[in-house]
Design a protein around this ligand. Structure first.
Ligand code: ATP
Length: 287
């Protein structure tokens, strides 16, 4: 039977602000999101008999209904009364629990692939509202363009993305619980706030150097307290000549933005115990 395959891109936060805690426990945020050329590959194969099967080359993620990509399939099959089974295979490249929306992007890919495989003909808006039932970051992964994300992350406005540059991703293989960071942020009375509005203006002008000045993640100081290794990585990226080095999401993945001309061939040697990848900005494909 036919197979359907899609790249599921990782995101970084060029800026992350937490605005307030809502009555339902979620937080209102303001985040400048960009995808990078680091992606899982999700392959979907319809089966004759009912049931969802999930395989992966990664032992770090669950292979059952705890996997958010599995949950995405359950949601779609139930909602649209599809009486086929499916097999999902996830080739994992994105560090797990690293603040790069690895699970969310796999789930988004499954939603899009099911729309394609079963010719559901659902609009991007409908796919995004289904995605929100799975998690706050999933609609963005379907949107898949540089964006300002507000509300709990689901309220998306397209913005001008980064100009061409190199983005070095460094993950120290340490998992940080996003939930714990949010709990701590609720206790902090003062945090220096990012100016996302100015950042977006500078991206529109394609002024990379100035834009970098306004990139800020309010979770970074809290995550550094839990994982001092983050500070070391950021220092090393800076010494290597990064225009900006910061953390994505609640960490512990860090990234450094470098000019296209930077010589980065030996960067992996600087971070022996880490996952290191030289990427570029991903601006989204054609609709
Ligand atoms: P975010 O940036 O959206 O906060 P993250 O990148 O920090 O997410 P994930 O990689 O999505 O975190 O992993 C978070 C948890 O979800 C892990 O404990 C992992 O085991 C679980 N998980 C479930 N499904 C997946 C999946 N398809 N890929 C990665 N992790 C998954």
């Amino acid at each position: 039977m036919t197979e359907f395959t899609q790249n599921a891109y990782a995101k970084i936060n060029l800026s992350l602000d937490v605005l307030s805690k809502r009555a339902d426990g979620y937080h209102n945020v303001s985040m400048v999101m960009h995808q990078v050329s680091l992606a899982d590959t999700v392959t979907l194969r319809p089966l004759e008999q009912e049931g969802i099967q999930l395989t992966s080359d990664s032992a770090q993620i669950p292979h059952d209904e705890k996997n958010i990509a599995f949950q995405a399939a359950q949601l779609m099959l139930n909602r649209f009364g599809i009486h086929h089974g499916i097999h999902i295979h996830i080739h994992k490249e994105i560090p797990v629990a690293g603040g790069m929306a690895g699970g969310s992007t796999d789930a988004a890919a499954v939603i899009c692939l099911l729309n394609q495989a079963f010719q559901l003909d659902l609009s991007k808006e409908t796919l995004m509202s289904l995605a929100l039932e799975l998690g706050a970051d999933v609609p963005y992964c379907i949107f898949a363009r540089p964006a300002l994300a507000e509300g709990i992350g689901e309220n998306l406005t397209e913005i001008c993305g980064l100009p061409p540059c190199k983005i070095v991703i460094v993950n120290p293989n340490i998992e940080i619980s996003t939930k714990e960071i949010y709990e701590e942020i609720d206790q902090v009375h003062y945090v220096e706030k990012p100016n996302n509005h100015r950042l977006i203006e500078l991206l529109k002008e394609q002024n990379l150097k100035e834009a970098c000045v306004y990139m800020k993640n309010v979770m970074q100081p809290i995550s550094i307290k839990k994982c001092p290794k983050i500070a070391e990585i950021l220092q090393s990226l800076q010494s290597l000549g990064a225009i900006r080095a910061m953390m994505t999401g609640s960490g512990a993945t860090c990234f450094g933005i470098f000019s296209c001309k930077s010589k980065l061939e030996n960067v992996s040697a600087l971070f022996p115990d880490c996952f290191v990848k030289i990427t570029s900005p991903y601006w989204g494909g054609a609709d």
